[in-house]
Design a protein around this ligand. Sequence first.
Ligand code: ATP
Ligand code: MG
Ligand code: FE
Length: 355
Amino acid sequence: PLVLGIETSCDETGVGIVRGRTLLANAIASSMDEHARFGGVIPEIAARAHLESMTSTIERALADAGVELHELDAIAVTGGPGLAGALMVGVSAAKALAVSLDKPLYAVNHLVGHVGADVLQGEGLREAVGAVGELELPTIALLVSGGHTSLLLVRDLVGDVELLGETIDDAAGEAFDKVARLLGLPYPGGPHIDRVAADGDPNAIRFPRGLTLPKYLEKHRYDFSFSGLKTSVARWVEQRSAAGEEIPVADVAASFREAVVDVLLTKALAACRDFEVPRLLLGGGVVANARLREEATERAAAAGVELRVPPLSLCTDNGAMIASLGAQLVMSGHSPSSLGFSADSTLPVTDIQLP
Ligand code: ATP
Ligand code: MG
Ligand code: FE
């Protein structure tokens, strides 16, 4: 089926078009530049920016795919979770398209959409790491972005997704952004930490690995915590500053990055082992992290786990992943969502589709 997917859960206006598993277009407009001076995404600005870019982004996707609206078989849209106002713009646009074209509408879960990106194949997916195309299931999925840090057990992309654990405080990307700020680096901080860390010693400072001590492993085996790490970096920097010492920014960045990557991969690979699932896929903007990609490749190989990392354009928020999940729902015979649904900003990951 030819499916157009709309994503507006955060700051990216994404419109993607897929035919089954084949990626045809992935148009993106981002309002990140408008948020940068505030040091974080401002919901009202994001919603207004979605409104302004929606029509042109849809047109761009159609042109890129060489497709006309009437040819579409279905519309898919992110129904949640995400910023309420931002979601509402995408949902309204999708409903308008579905009604005016008389096409079925599938409102899908953003997080499961990140996994949906992994089943795509086609031109432009060459920078992917590991396998592309059809998913071998079950698989463990680690989603790491500015808003989420979630570990999932996916038994069926359109039927059975289990949340094993998630962050109990800050998301991994948020931790990158906060630590960057206290090191005087611009927002969003992830890429800057990555760049600066390249010249640093990852073992210079031993920062804490959240929720990895044995006493936490029973209740929080697959959960994450990054706020203690951030505080620990802040203290370390404050103490050196107070003593009039120069801050070794590269070493701090490299040591911080190492702590995040270590925890993410330790827990993800523990899940692979515990559930005897030799497959791990990664998604979310933090997957851009050079050290995470490198360590994931090494540790997965050592553990005999097959690693899948989609190209970056499909890791950060995008419409193609939503179109892909929509196409999977169509292909497996699921009914469309009712046109009466509302965006759900706190939609749990187990709800793959809104009724
Ligand atoms: P959501 O959580 O809803 O998916 P988001 O917009 O917060 O939305 P993404 O766009 O997927 O998430 O990712 C942005 C996050 O990724 C930011 O926190 C950013 O700092 C982080 N990030 C980007 N590049 C890197 C990198 N090289 N290393 C670490 N973090 C990075
Ligand atoms: Mg984003
Ligand atoms: Fe996302």
